[in-house]
Structure formats: C-alpha cells, structure tokens
Design a protein around this ligand. Structure first.
Ligand code: DGL
Length: 269
C-alpha cells in the first residue's frame, strides 16, 4: 500500500535544505513539508533546553499536517531533542547525527575523525558518542564554528574571510592527523568547497544529507510507506525569507511559494 502523506523536516534555516535536496533526489515521489525557523536562527549558541522547546513546537506544528515521518534536518536540534521527539509522536523520527557518524566510520581508515559543528552540538557530545558507539577505538576531535551559520544564512559570504577564519581550526585538525572530517552542521555543506580547500586533500569530508536520505528510503520501504503519487512540496518559515527564498530557488531551480508561520515567541513545551 502506498502512503502519500508528506515527510516533515525542519532546521533553524537554510541548512536543512541540503537534506531536503538529498531527499528529493533519492525519493522523487515523496511529498515534503519543510520548516525553516528563521526568526530564531541560529540555534548553535542557545542552551539545549531552549533548542529542545523550539524543536518540539515545530514538530507539533508539522504533526498537524499528518506527516508520516519527521526528519530533524539540524544537528543542533538532533543533539538537543532527538530522544524527546522520538518518544512523543506515533510516526518515526530521524536525526542527522547518526547518519553522519555512520558515514564517517565507513570512510575512515584510521578511526581518527574530526567534527566541525555548532557550540550546542559540540557541547552535547552527540557525534563523539555516535562515532564511538560504532567504532569504540575511534578518536574524535570536535571543534565549533557557530559563527559561520549566520553568514551562510544571510548568503553574504566573503569567501576569503571565511577561509581565513577557518584556517587555524582546519590546520589544527589536520595536524592531529584526522583522516575524515564530519560537517556536523547542515549549513556547512553549502560551503563544502571552502572546508575541502582548507582541510586539504588528505582528509575526506562527509556530511549527513545523502546518508540520511538513504536511511529514509530504507525506513519507508520497511514500513511499506513509499509514495506513488505526484509529490507536493511546502516550505514554511517563521521570519523574513528573502535570503532563504533565493537559496531555495538556486537549489531547486524553481520559485517556491513560501508560507509564513507565526509562533508564540515564549513557547515552552
Ligand atoms: N543547521 C543547524 C545544524 O545542523 C543549525 C545551525 C544553527 O542554527 O546554529 O546544527
């Protein structure tokens, strides 16, 4: 039996669009509903409990659209809220940390893995734990680059400045002899080429987008819940969407209609 209900997804902003794109490519028949929490982006510097409350509010909102599956397309929100959301709904919930960790463990020959993520994700230790669960002998080096999220969000990147700012951290990680670098923030694949140039050719760069889409594919097949209709895609935002709209247009080569959602500013779950 086909299931044509949409897949729900969210992020603080444009980062999760990298996961959305991978889902579209892997599963072209699936309908999606994506929410970018632009009004409260960035999540990275916020305390975990606040991110968990935002994530719960958004997931409750997406649940109203009768979604069949939820993807937390944000590492910071996955680190803060995955277990809470997984236990809250009747539909399955997937985060992006486990798929990213799994991809890195598959790729790394030495087991020496670097993670570049937001403050919140690094502080949670989510990648550290997810990698060690799969490879107990692994060594994980985590570094934060929260500052990069608002720049990517605004779309106004001075590429040479970003490269210069990243250079000390990338040099440090390279000197620690990592052979694999996880882009542990869904915003970072949007400037993947800068990371690749700064970390150098001896280190493989991975992100969660494609692996997450593959996991969704496997899960929907196991549930017997693949779609077979004409897909419909909705994009929701909580704040001014000019840069978001430009990014979505560039990524999906279409002019998407963007709907604005108003959340109560002081929501607590
Ligand atoms: N894209 C998100 C992540 O993967 C959130 C970044 C942020 O809002 O700081 O962590």
């Amino acid at each position: 039996m086909a299931d044509n209900r949409p897949i729900g997804m969210f992020d603080s902003g444009v980062g999760g669009l990298t996961v959305l794109r991978a889902v579209h490519e892997q599963l072209p028949r699936e309908s999606t509903i994506y929410l970018g929490d632009l009004a409260r982006c960035p999540y990275g510097p916020r305390p975990q409990h606040e991110v968990r409350d935002f994530a719960t509010q958004i997931a409750d909102h997406l649940a109203l659209s009768d979604i069949k599956l939820l993807i937390i397309a944000c590492n910071t929100a996955t680190a803060a809220a995955y277990h809470h959301l997984r236990d809250r709904y009747p539909f399955p919930v997937l985060g992006v940390v486990d798929p990213g960790a799994a991809a890195a463990v598959r790729l790394s020959a030495s087991g020496h893995i670097g993670v570049i993520a937001t403050d919140g994700t690094v502080a949670s230790g989510a990648y550290h734990n997810a990698v060690l669960e799969r490879l107990p002998s692994a060594q994980v080096e985590q570094r934060s680059a929260s500052w990069l999220v608002p720049l990517i969000e605004r779309g106004a990147l001075a590429r040479t400045t970003v490269a210069r700012e990243l250079e000390p951290t990338m040099t440090e990680l390279r000197e620690l002899s990592i052979d694999t670098l996880i882009l542990g923030c869904t915003h970072f694949p949007l400037v993947r080429d800068i990371f690749e140039a700064e970390i150098g050719p001896s280190v493989s760069v991975v992100d969660s987008a494609v692996t997450t889409a593959l996991e969704v594919d496997i899960l929907l097949s196991a549930m017997g819940a693949r779609a077979d209709g004409d897909p419909a895609h909705r994009l929701l935002v909580t704040g001014p969407a000019e840069a978001f709209s430009e990014r979505a247009q560039a990524m999906f080569r279409a002019s998407p209609r963007i709907e604005t959602v108003d959340f109560l500013p002081d929501y607590v779950s």
